[in-house]
Write a protein that binds this ligand. Structure first.
Ligand code: C2E
Ligand code: MG
Ligand code: MG
Ligand code: MG
Length: 282
């Protein structure tokens, strides 16, 4: 309606738009105190070695549940935290919590090879990022080589000096993976010049395996492997997708077929049933 009246995007006129704006307003209001009120927690999703079906690591995923608004997905609230800049403070809390959790797992014999954490571009380009991370590693006593940071292609391409930050991470001994790989415009040959360890093939490509998308996935896996990246497929939901990825010798996989993101205690249990044959879950 607003469009027909001359295209003013700022003209909020329909009831749907009003509801959207109210929700956004309420989220912005409530998220201000979310950290203080302990409303955030982290879930962990297993990363599976496709050669032997063992859990090799986890990806940490932020969760927010608010009294008035109920659970809200990161897709909705992360952009708001980025807009207000609060992602920097929340991001530090995430990194501390995740490093500490990994250390706790190591102390109780849950010996994962890595824990990966999503990092927002706002966090990544912040001047204290490397210092803060160093401090968190010192405080939690986690060996840096167990930590992997997930950043998107956009983060690397759009942020001036991103190569310097990547080198500083390498200096700390922290690993880096490219999240949602294939959805941006970076070339593998460019990424190869940077200290990057892992490519995570975006879920959209795995979805398309069900509809003749093999050639693209196959190409990414083979080029990625030839360039000595570790290759992970995200969003594996069925056995057909898994079988194809195994056939192509993709290193690792992640998705609801194996497990949804779960609480830390559940990861511990899954790890200890490590001889579990994931293929039998249907
Ligand atoms: P992402 O990093 O690409 O994370 C993968 C998303 O796919 C997660 O959604 C996960 O729950 C979901 N997923 C995993 N396997 C499957 C599957 O088989 N099927 C389907 N349909 N979905 C699957 P989630 O937790 O809602 O997170 C969405 C995005 O929000 C993340 O995408 C990431 O970009 C961002 N995010 C989540 N946690 C954090 C965080 O701690 N910090 C930052 N900066 N961003 C985060
Ligand atoms: Mg991720
Ligand atoms: Mg991803
Ligand atoms: Mg994704």
């Amino acid at each position: 309606l607003a469009k027909e009246q001359g295209g003013n995007d700022y003209c909020i006129s329909t009831p749907e738009q009003k509801i959207k704006m109210d929700r956004l307003f309420n989220i912005e209001l409530e998220i201000k105190d979310a950290l203080k009120k302990n409303e955030f927690h982290i879930e962990y999703q297993p990363l599976i070695n496709l050669k032997n079906n063992q859990i090799v690591g986890v990806e940490s995923l932020l969760r927010w549940s608010n009294q008035a608004l109920g659970p809200i997905s990161p897709g909705e609230f992360i952009p708001i935290l980025e807009k207000t800049g609060d992602i920097v403070t929340v991001g530090k809390w995430i990194l501390w919590t995740v490093c500490n959790q990994m250390k706790l797992w190591q102390e109780n014999g849950t010996l994962l090879q890595k824990i990966s954490v999503n990092v927002s571009p706002i966090q990544f380009k912040e001047t204290n990022f490397i210092n803060d991370l160093q401090e968190i590693l010192n405080e939690t006593q986690l060996d840096a080589s167990y930590l992997e940071l997930e950043i998107t292609e956009g983060t690397i391409l759009e942020i001036k000096d991103s190569a310097k930050t990547l080198e500083a991470l390498q200096g700390l001994g922290v690993k880096v993976s490219i999240d949602d790989f294939g959805t941006g415009y970076s070339s593998l040959s460019y990424l190869k010049q940077l200290p990057i360890d892992t490519l995570k093939i975006d879920k959209s490509f795995i979805d398309n395996l069900d509809a003749d998308g093999e050639i693209i996935v196959n190409t990414i896996i083979n080029m990625g492997k030839n360039l000595r990246f570790r290759v992970i497929a995200e969003g594996i939901e069925n056995k057909q997708q898994l079988d194809y990825l195994k056939l192509q010798k993709c290193h690792e996989g992640q998705g609801y077929y194996f497990s949804k993101p779960v609480k830390s205690e559940v990861i511990q249990k899954l790890y200890h049933q490590s001889s579990k044959n994931w293929q039998s879950i249907d």
